[in-house]
Design a protein around this ligand. Structure first.
Ligand SMILES: [Zn+2]
Length: 283
């Protein structure tokens, strides 16, 4: 499942092919993904220029010249593929249509952007740009982890008197938007905080120390995604999925990477999700 850094990488890749470019035609091949598509979606997209492509949490938002915003959510298995981009960032040949190519954007610059999603947990919506903040998916979101509103005092206040484990608190999208299981595990490991510790019982100084670490793990992953973007010309044009090396996520039973620790990484289930951690390094 794509997390914030992958979505940011997809956004950057799409920007190269779509930002400032008119959607000549939108091919909408089914009535819905996770939810029904908005009414007359193809008509409302056709002829509109994408003035900017931004990201809020794990949603990509394309502000259109019509005054509407296109929301794209990749869901669990959504993939965006770019072909035929005349600037040469991507493969030039358009691929043969595939099963699960649900929406295809034919751009006026010759690029083609295909949204393929076998499991259909993805979503698209269209709404007035002016009311974007009130959208049901966006209004519930806390601050962006890489933005100025996510700061030490915000997290200290959000954790105060919270009885839930810090792992669940950081996954709460109202506290911080876009953090997922992988990067919460990584940030807690790097901070030396046990995922089982109750959020309200962590000292203010340790809570404050989580903020720069969260930013750092996300930024490193975004940078890694940026390097993967440079390879797209040789690749198949698919955006956003790149090889990561995680310090703790997915490493159950392996040796902790902290020098001199010697412990084995554990996996526990918290709120139905796996938490990976070192019981010796994380308290
Ligand atoms: Zn350790």
């Amino acid at each position: 499942m794509p997390e914030l850094p992958e979505v940011e990488t997809v956004r950057r890749g799409l920007t190269l092919a779509m930002e400032g470019v008119v959607i000549q035609r939108a091919e909408v091949n089914r009535p819905d993904l996770r939810w029904p598509f908005p009414d007359r979606m193809a008509d409302r997209l056709a002829g509109q220029r994408i003035d900017s492509l931004r990201r809020r949490s794990k949603y990509i938002l394309g502000d259109l010249s019509s005054g509407e915003t296109l929301l794209i959510h990749l869901g669990m298995s959504g993939r965006m593929t770019v072909s035929g981009d005349p600037l040469g960032h991507f493969v030039h040949e358009h691929p043969m249509p595939e099963k699960h190519d649900h929406v295809v954007f034919h751009m006026a610059n010759g690029a083609r952007v295909t949204f393929n999603d076998p499991r259909r947990f993805g979503a698209m919506d269209l709404f007035p740009t002016a009311t974007a903040e009130e959208h049901k998916l966006l209004s519930v979101l806390g601050p962006e982890p890489l933005g100025n509103d996510f700061h030490e005092q915000h997290l200290i206040d959000a954790f105060k008197d919270k009885n839930s484990p810090v792992k669940s608190a950081l996954l709460d999208q109202g506290i911080v938007a876009g953090l997922g299981n992988i990067y919460v595990c990584e940030a807690l490991y790097r901070s030396g905080v046990s995922p089982r510790r109750k959020a309200g019982q962590i000292s203010a100084s340790r809570v404050a120390a989580l903020v720069p670490v969260i930013r750092q793990v996300l930024q490193e992953a975004i940078d890694a995604g940026g390097s993967s973007l440079r390879d797209f010309r040789q690749a198949n044009g698919e955006l956003g999925y790149f090889q990561h090396s995680f310090d703790v996520y997915g490493r159950e039973g392996e040796l902790c990477r902290t020098a001199g620790c010697g412990s084995i990484i554990k996996r526990i289930i918290q709120s139905g999700r796996s938490s990976f951690y070192c019981a010796k390094c994380q308290r």
